[in-house]
Design a protein around this ligand. Sequence first.
Ligand SMILES: N[C@@H](CCC(=O)N[C@@H](CS)C(=O)NCC(=O)O)C(=O)O
Length: 234
Amino acid sequence: MSTGGRGCTLPRVVGLETDLITLYHCADARSFRCLWLLEELGLPYDLRVLPFPPRSKAPDFLEVNPCGSVPWLQDGPVGLSESAAILAYLAGRHAPCDLAVAPDEPGYPDWLQWLHFGEASLTAPLATMLRYQVLEAPERRLPAVVADYREVFLSRLAAVERVLQRSDHLAAGRFTAADISVGYALMLARMMGLQNDLPAAVRTYWARLTERPAYHRAKSRQKQAPAAQQETRP
Ligand SMILES: N[C@@H](CCC(=O)N[C@@H](CS)C(=O)NCC(=O)O)C(=O)O
């Protein structure tokens, strides 16, 4: 049993502790969430940075993750491909546990909500925008779809703003993996030029998140990959 960190008495699976965690990643893709969390946790890990999109530029990766998407986290026999699930898994299983919120803490429902909101409600519309604004060939780009999903993203951000007007963090009154999940969506939104559309409380929150040393370590770690892997974006 691990006893480090707040409320952390989670059982560990025999065999996992000795295996080096491997994270398959593309620069600034959703797998950045997992990279950031690994840096927050201070765990040793092996980072494999792939060119984007891996399904065409690193086809061998399909043998690891048949979906061809990043992240892919390998921890001994455990393989996971959903970034929010990976955050919950790592934060719950690897001490210190302040980055997770335990089921018996009052902030647990909020933690689950924002952990998943960051991906399902915020990043999904941004990914649609990115596809039809940047990734598709010019003749397949759809400005109307981009405009619609921009509105969807901004309207959903109002829910985040409401929480941040009364709290510095999204759950349990402390920095947790839920902040990483939503924080990544804000990072992507800024990369897509939406920084001036973010509400004031959200901008202040983002500035606070980027003060975290682990965020900067994650940014710098992904740059240490070979130059050939740096040329692409999600
Ligand atoms: N819901 C998944 C989405 C994973 C995903 O779509 N990742 C993108 C990068 S941000 C990707 O790998 N796209 C390339 C592809 O699917 O071929 C998550 O949260 O991890």
